[in-house]
Design a protein. Structure first.
Length: 325
């Protein structure tokens, strides 16, 4: 048996392993120093301090969830979550007036029809929408499509809405506040909004709502509920077979409306569902995505899923998104 003292290959391999491990150790040390340097910045220190409070509140929530061991306890939890969410957004509008819906245009395609729609969410508070339906007579399941933060609004979902229509669904895609045809800071002198794009419009409306003691989510959820009113009112739609979906900001709204409106029977929010365990120190959401006192009330995003149970809820997500997988 040959001695390893004279084995060049053995010593060469050992040398490479030592060098590699040293490099890894240095990289870890440099990363730690870099992170420490970031934490010493005033903003990072504040965020770190707030995150410690948030994690403590989330720990309390977990302890409460662990006590839910029966169907009765789960029902009590659902009742608490529903009541608390509605309370935190300032309640939903107490209005049951007419939609005053109108079809303002129509586009006939080979296998489906697009109808341009406008209705009132609140008196003289107009919502613009596109309805996609199969061009054959009959009654079909309905799908409410919520919009993400696209400037152009509802037309961004044309491919999804049209494909669903060709598969036998009636779909309704509408413009959220500050998007598409619902720009709130429009100025005819510039032919556009003075408030920036959709995200900035939401921040402005969010600040106005907070000053009024309300929350922007209140109005965005109400728009969704009134859009459901319109979708179900259509003679082509089977009112007991309603689904809801949306991506990013639309994932937020589809989560809210599905959890709070029992008429939705299946939900598929995309690119939003997560937990404040990781989101609190990560991306900052729009005004409607950040509800004051949410964590201190013992809530996390998972509570929306819990509120929808036992109906089917599909969480759609992806890598490298604004809201991480």
């Amino acid at each position: 048996m040959r001695s390893r003292w004279n084995d060049f290959e053995y010593w060469y391999t050992l040398h490479n392993r030592i060098v590699m491990r040293t490099r890894i150790a240095l990289l870890i040390a440099i990363s730690a120093l870099s992170l420490e340097a970031q934490i010493t910045e005033p903003e990072a220190q504040l965020l770190h301090w707030l995150d410690r409070i948030a994690q403590t509140q989330l720990n309390r929530r977990n302890a409460e969830i662990e006590q839910v061991n029966t169907a009765e306890a789960a029902k009590r939890r659902q009742e608490y979550v529903r009541k608390k969410i509605i309370e935190l957004i300032g309640g939903l509008p107490d209005y049951s007036g007419p939609l005053n819906a109108k079809v303002t245009g129509r586009i006939d395609k080979q296998r489906y029809v697009i109808e341009k729609v406008i209705f009132e969410s609140l008196p003289r508070f107009y919502v613009t929408a596109d309805l996609y339906r199969p061009n054959k007579p009959g009654r079909y399941p309905g799908v409410l499509i919520m919009l993400g933060h696209w400037d152009q609004g509802k037309v961004a979902e044309q491919r999804l809405a049209a494909n669903l229509a060709m598969k036998g669904f009636v779909t309704l895609a509408y413009d959220p506040i500050g998007q598409g045809e619902r720009i709130q800071a429009y100025d005819r002198r510039v032919g556009g909004t003075l408030g920036g794009w959709s995200t900035e419009e939401h921040f402005q409306a969010g600040a106005q709502s907070l000053l009024a003691g309300e929350h922007l989510a209140r109005y965005m959820i109400w728009d969704g509920k009134r859009a459901l009113d319109y979708l179900i009112s259509r003679p082509e739609v089977e009112g007991e077979r309603i689904g809801c979906t949306g991506c990013s900001g639309g994932g937020t709204l589809s989560t809210y409306v599905s959890a709070l409106d029992p008429r939705v029977k299946a939900a598929a929010p995309a690119c939003w569902m997560n937990s404040y365990r990781v989101l609190f120190t990560g991306p900052v959401g729009d005004s409607e995505q950040s509800i004051p006192n949410f964590l201190s009330s013992g809530l996390d995003e998972t509570d929306y899923v819990e509120l929808f149970a036992p109906k089917p809820w599909l969480i759609v997500s992806t890598l490298e998104d604004f809201f991480p997988l």
